[in-house]
Ligand binder design. Sequence first.
Ligand code: NAD
Ligand code: MG
Length: 386
Amino acid sequence: MKTIVILGSTGSIGTNTLDIVDRFPTEFRVAGLTAGSNDALLETQIRRFKPRIVALSDPSAATRLRQRCLDLSVEILAGQEGLVQVASATEADLVVSAIVGGAGLVPTLAAIRSKKHIALANKEPMVMAGKLMQEEARRHGIRIFPVDSEHSAIFQSLEGHRITDVRRVILTASGGALWTLTKDELQDVSAERALQHPNWKMGAKITIDSATLMNKGLEVVEARWLFDIPESRIDVMIHRESIVHSLVEYEDRSMIAQLGLPDMRTPISYAMRYPERLPLDLPSLDLTEIGTLTFCKPDHDRFPCLDLGYESLKIGGTMPAAMNAANEVAVEAFLQGGIRFTDISDIIRSTMLAHSAREVENIEAALDADRWAREKAESLVHALPR
Ligand code: NAD
Ligand code: MG
């Protein structure tokens, strides 16, 4: 039996993770849960999974949760310090890192430093400080298992092979909700429209990232650090059906891919129970029913964010952290109706141009760049005509 903590248990990845726990009650025990501000759902999860300790990053939500749970013995903490304590819960073997955004960096790092294996969905910390996280993981003798479907596919396609034989990895991208729109149509697209992802049901931020292709830009950086592979060996192709989750090409030109219907419970359960495969009672992929799978090149003109991901890696240091922070600010502004869809990439690019990258020698350097870029991006958002 594995004892787990879930950071971000009320989100899309968090609830899918708990669905797996629910299906395999003899495999997993939940020691801790955290969320941002959803005290109502966290209460339901506490009553069902009986964690010893929980935290909400929003202190007023934590106060409400304490009122809701007066009849329970669960320890309820608040703020970043609370998240860090849950992430370090002594009894846990594995921490499922599923907070959205840079807010997950400090708790995920705390989990690594407390010698917990990590099932990593929260890609933004890898973008901000991937090299450092991997160094910390090595130092503390733990492993970071990818949950992101593309990285899980690459991880699975690398099993039993030598990393020195890898020629390149190819990340597939669905193209998101707006792939068929023209440049002009993209200008005035509504958040509601951009949130209609064709294949995956995910949180709002990553759904917008999919529509801009920034998600793929972030995933290129994530792959760089997860697999210790330079960006020149990371390719991206559009695959609208989200069936081939990614591929590895070897020196002999053989390619190995992982396929499956788009359901995050497959990569989540693989990361949670590696190297075992849990018998998930999900529909099988029937390729004869699908018939045709399509692939094409990304469109760098309509979706410039993918190139920004590569660019951030070429510059290196704190540039990916600055890019990530600017993206978080721009996506939030777009979701609030404050900026246009096409402003997102402009804001990220302008923030990157203004940023002087320096080495990420410690976590503070990444957090400083994050703070700086948020301020810069906020000022760019406010400077736009409304
Ligand atoms: P979500 O918005 O559905 O859930 C986010 C979770 O984080 C919630 O529990 C929320 O309460 C919590 N949270 C939000 N802000 C917080 C803060 N400031 N401090 C602490 N907790 C906070 O997001 P999601 O779709 O589940 O995505 C989570 C992460 O996994 C993201 O990094 C995303 O890129 C990655 N990911 C998601 C999917 C997917 O299918 N949803 C797939 C691949 C990768
Ligand atoms: Mg992905």
